[in-house]
Design a protein around this ligand. Sequence first.
Ligand SMILES: *[C@@H]1O[C@H](CO)[C@@H](O)[C@H](O)[C@H]1NC(C)=O
Length: 228
Amino acid sequence: MALVGSKLRYLLVIYAAFSAIQYGLRYKSYDVSPKQFKTVAGKAAASPTSKQALSTLLVGMRSHYEPILPRSVEWHAIQLGSLSIRIFPIYTAFTEYAAAFSAPFATSGRAGLHWANSTCTVLSGQVGRISDDTQGDAKETFTQGNNFRHGQFESYVYQLEKDTLVACYGRGFLPLSSTAHITAGISAGEPLSVVRFYLAQAGNYYTQIAQSVQRVFQHYKARASGEL
Ligand SMILES: *[C@@H]1O[C@H](CO)[C@@H](O)[C@H](O)[C@H]1NC(C)=O
């Protein structure tokens, strides 16, 4: 009886945490507009080479979101489920991200289950996928300029062709995705590349926090001097 009671309490705590996060995600404000990201990514997809596509994406994002973006962005190794790909993290926060993913060689595997809705644009190459939830073999294929959505808690097997570059923006509870990323990285024998990635992101969080503190400060300064 005591055991059942404590298990129930455990479940209730998990449920309460889930609901609280869900509520928070619905009502919080986000920094990046999905529509604007799609427009920028669409422009990038029209570039003749993937190198130009990436720089168009970065320049486009900077033109809208300069203050919150890291000063320099580099490629990082990332293991997503069984996909060995590279990530170019343009913007990473606890509840939203904008990034490019690249597969220099053909690779396939599950990208994992995430508590986040992501919308992606293929900048070059080709993405094929099949949902784990649908019965039968409804394969989808996306080529340059196509968009696809990976909704929260959805699971797909992906196939990325050689030299595929994809731009994604997503919102959700990203610390959970980090758990998947970290365990996949470690099990692939790559703990150091995981550490390198999070050290870089920690630097970005610091910039973002400093930026919001600055904004609040400017706001009160302006108010104190009667400009507001
Ligand atoms: C993801 O999309 C679904 C359906 O549009 C929505 O109900 C849910 O709140 C979204 N989740 C997040 C984390 O934004």
